[in-house]
Design a protein around this ligand. Structure first.
Ligand SMILES: C[S@@+](CC[C@H](N)C(=O)[O-])C[C@H]1O[C@@H](n2cnc3c(N)ncnc32)[C@H](O)[C@@H]1O
Length: 254
């Protein structure tokens, strides 16, 4: 592998913190499009302070947990259901943050923590798998201190679609179609029970172009994938209204 080529495949002015991390490490440990770009944007709406306790919910292989610990000096509980703690622990040790990150295998729907334990809760590209359940927000908020922040970022529609989901998106999502809801749907869900103040509810600018860039790098440099090259779908979407991207929702517990 040519290090000169790979060292800047993800370099982006907008993501100064993410630029510091090895692109091959990102490619080999991501379970979706560039989790560090997503996390960096998500955290711009958070007020994280040194030493805080942060839950990184459904963190996959833990690269976002490493990022949280290294960039903000917070104590991270790196929770995931399908992905066992071993690989996360290797990542944590490689980046020298084993004093700050604790990997745990647990279900987001039955977490093993004390009430009010966390100062902040983040979730990158995963909240759609469990957060759509009625009552889930109230359930997860139990673990957050009053005044603490909770937020997610994830792939989704960048706008409300009122006249039917385009075929190319339906085909792209397949069995995962149920996981995508537009931002207004999520915002209404979070506002419904009056448990939080909304801090941010928006879309990552140029999200589909960023996704395309990540997908291109994945095809060129990533580990062998059973999935087809999807870069044409992102190119098509950008030309036809840019419905695909990343939504961010962040709120403070009342
Ligand atoms: C698309 S992956 C994203 C992982 C990681 N955040 C990233 O961006 O690389 C979705 C993750 O959600 C986790 N997940 C799904 N349902 C979960 C649940 N009920 N509790 C905890 N984790 C869950 C899976 O184990 C998986 O690692």
């Amino acid at each position: 592998m040519d290090n000169q080529i790979t060292s800047d495949i993800f370099h982006h002015e907008q993501f100064k913190r993410s630029n510091k991390y090895d692109p091959m490490w990102i490619l080999n440990n991501s379970m979706g499009p560039h989790p560090l770009w997503q996390t960096e944007y998500l955290l711009q709406a958070f007020d994280l302070q040194l030493g805080m306790r942060v839950l990184d919910l459904a963190c996959g292989k833990g690269i976002t947990s490493v990022f949280l610990a290294k960039e903000f000096g917070v104590h991270v509980y790196a929770v995931d259901l399908w992905d066992a703690p071993d690989e996360k622990w290797e990542n944590v040790k490689t980046y020298g943050v084993d004093n700050l990150v604790t990997p745990i295998q647990a279900d987001a729907k039955s977490l093993p923590f004390a009430s009010g334990f966390f100062d902040a809760i983040i979730c990158v590209n995963s909240f759609m798998y469990f957060g759509q359940d009625e009552g889930y927000l109230e359930n997860i908020l139990k673990f957050l201190k009053p005044g603490g922040q909770i937020g997610f970022i994830q792939t989704s529609y960048t706008k409300d679609i009122t006249d039917g989901i385009p075929n190319y998106i339906q085909n792209f999502l397949g069995d995962e179609l149920w996981t995508w809801q537009a931002l207004p749907w999520w915002k209404a869900l979070w506002e419904k029970d009056n448990l939080v103040f909304i801090d941010a509810a928006d879309v990552l600018p140029n999200g589909c172009a960023l996704w395309l860039r990540y997908a291109r790098a994945e095809v060129e440099f990533g580990p062998p994938s059973p999935f087809p090259d999807e870069t044409n779908i992102f190119k098509y979407d950008i030309k036809n209204g840019e419905y695909m991207g990343f939504i961010r929702l962040v709120a403070t517990k009342k």
